[in-house]
Design a protein around this ligand. Structure first.
Ligand code: FAD
Length: 473
């Protein structure tokens, strides 16, 4: 049997159900298709496009080392698949599902088209722990994470799959070079911080499993220490498999007697389950990428200005923790989860700028951009999502900063103009006496901005704005 395996956001060989199944049945013809829709989608997410370029390079190498050539086609999927199918005499096509609304539409269309010409089309769940379509006992989507978590624990049953033995076939099908796809090969300073691809993802997991995961519960919020896994971009591109990580973490949990490690591993598994919950929401509420799940937020009186939006993006708000996060994002394509929450909340509540604008900037700049997680994150912070933080709970960026970056090392790393300020003043430079500022080489309003909004005033304004929509349905 000859089967086309269509690679999408599952750019890896291990635990890849579509690849595994095809390989076990015979000859595999791996294909990646770059359609106009892909080009448009990736145009909005530059950092992910850079990640894609390098992941594809790695996949191409890994496949060829396993004796199989990755075929890359441009143009509409149907034409590309039919072209390959005719040239190699394939009768079946397997692929792992994607869950974003536009991707689901594409999938449905393509499955219909290919089935109508007699092709055997099979789809698999390769990127999540289980199918996100599940419903609760009342036949409804889960709306509370804790119930979803309990149910989810019963659903993670399939064991991860190893890398299959691959058997290719001699062919002279024309294939486009990855370099010809127009993806960014170098992007700012990203290459300084990341090595995309399956191998690096596996190494990153091993590194985290060995140490960080065992202290995760206590240390994950210590921003400067950075003890979270940093696996998100690998998961987003499918270089890593959530299922492989889940089961490996479970095994470590079974082997250890350390209570701190148990608690930490459970806390980490919960984060992986949040990813599942995000996809569960996206499947059931596909409009959530740009529409609030709590409809009254459609009437929210947003009044922030484009100038403020730009200052936020540039990390020039005068709030050191927010600025550090936004600059880390620009420089590395990543931002710690705690800082994401604070920076996002600042945009939505302190500046009263619509969360969709924040979503768009994160989409553009994050190496781990993921439609489901980004939408869930923004709706959670705004208070307009499922199981979200209530709107009136407004993060105080100063307190967050004092608590999670107590000596200011994270701030000093990303906002170097504050590097010489004593820890006592690092969270609120405007409270530092003039001589201390001078000694630290800071001239407020010149070398570092005053806060663009006053915290207490902004807080009051946000609550007042919320009052205008509170009672509405
Ligand atoms: P860890 O703490 O090590 O967690 C392990 C894995 O669990 C992560 O890699 C991720 O896949 C998943 N995870 C962790 N936290 C969450 C969460 N809150 N929701 C869903 N899954 C989670 N995550 C993305 O992957 N892509 C995004 O585009 C994204 N946008 C976000 C936007 C906002 C406003 C907020 C508040 C959060 C967003 N997150 C997003 C969630 C979270 O910030 C990142 O997953 C996390 O910071 C990645 O770092 P890590 O891999 O070290 O995470």
């Amino acid at each position: 049997k000859r089967t086309i395996v269509w690679f999408r956001k599952d750019l890896r060989l291990h635990d890849n159900p579509a690849l595994w199944e095809a390989a076990n049945e015979g000859i595999v013809i791996p294909v990646f298709i770059w359609s106009e829709e892909d080009r448009l989608a990736y145009a909005a997410s530059e950092a992910s496009a850079w990640w894609l370029y390098h992941s594809l390079k790695q996949l191409e190498t890994d496949l060829s080392q396993n004796g199989v050539q990755l075929i890359i086609k441009q143009g509409p999927e149907f034409d590309a698949i039919v072209d390959v199918m005719e040239q190699v005499g394939a009768e079946s096509i397997y692929f792992n599902e994607r869950y974003e609304p536009t991707e689901r539409d594409r999938q449905m269309r393509i499955v219909g088209q290919l089935s109508s010409i007699g092709m055997d089309v099979r789809t698999f769940h390769g990127n999540l722990l289980f199918s996100p379509e599940l419903l609760n006992k009342q036949g409804e989507p889960y709306k509370v994470f804790t119930s979803f978590w309990k149910r989810g624990l019963q659903e993670v049953v399939d064991r991860p799959l190893p890398i299959p033995e691959l058997q290719g076939v001699e062919n002279d099908i024309s294939s486009v070079a990855i370099d010809a796809l127009g993806l960014p090969t170098d992007l700012g300073t990203l290459q300084k911080y990341w090595q995309p691809g399956e191998r690096a993802g596996t190494e990153q997991w091993a590194f985290f499993a060995d140490d960080g995961m065992l202290h995760y519960k206590k240390e994950r919020d210590l921003i400067a220490k950075g003890t979270s896994s940093r696996l998100s971009p690998y998961l987003a591109a499918g270089n890593s498999s959530a299922r492989t990580i889940w089961h490996a973490a479970k095994r470590i949990n079974e082997e250890t007697r350390d209570v701190t490690a148990h608690q930490s591993i459970e806390a980490f598994l919960k984060q992986l389950m949040w990813r599942e919950f995000a996809y569960h929401q996206l499947i059931h509420f596909p409009t959530m990428t740009d529409q609030p799940l709590r409809k009254q937020f459609n009437d929210f009186p947003w009044i922030g200005t484009p100038e403020q939006y730009n200052l936020w993006k540039e990390g020039k708000t005068g709030y050191p923790l927010v600025d550090a996060g936004m600059r880390e994002l620009r420089e590395t394509g990543m931002m710690h989860n705690r800082v994401r929450m604070v920076a996002a909340s600042f945009l939505v509540k302190h500046l009263l700028i619509p969360w969709q604008e924040g979503y768009a900037w994160f989409q553009h700049a994050l190496v781990d951009f993921d439609t489901a997680n980004n939408a869930t994150g923004w709706q959670w912070v705004t208070g307009c999502g499922i199981d979200a933080a209530p709107y009136f709970r407004i993060f105080n960026p100063y307190l967050q900063s004092e608590k999670f970056d107590p000596n200011g090392s994270y701030i000093k790393q990303w906002v170097p103009e504050l590097a010489n300020l004593p820890a006592k003043y690092i969270h609120k430079p405007f409270e530092a006496p003039e001589d201390i500022l001078q000694e630290a080489g800071i001239q407020l309003g010149e070398t570092y901005p005053y806060p663009i909004v006053d915290h207490a005033t902004a807080r009051k304004r946000a609550l007042h704005a919320y009052d205008t929509i509170k009672g509405r349905s």
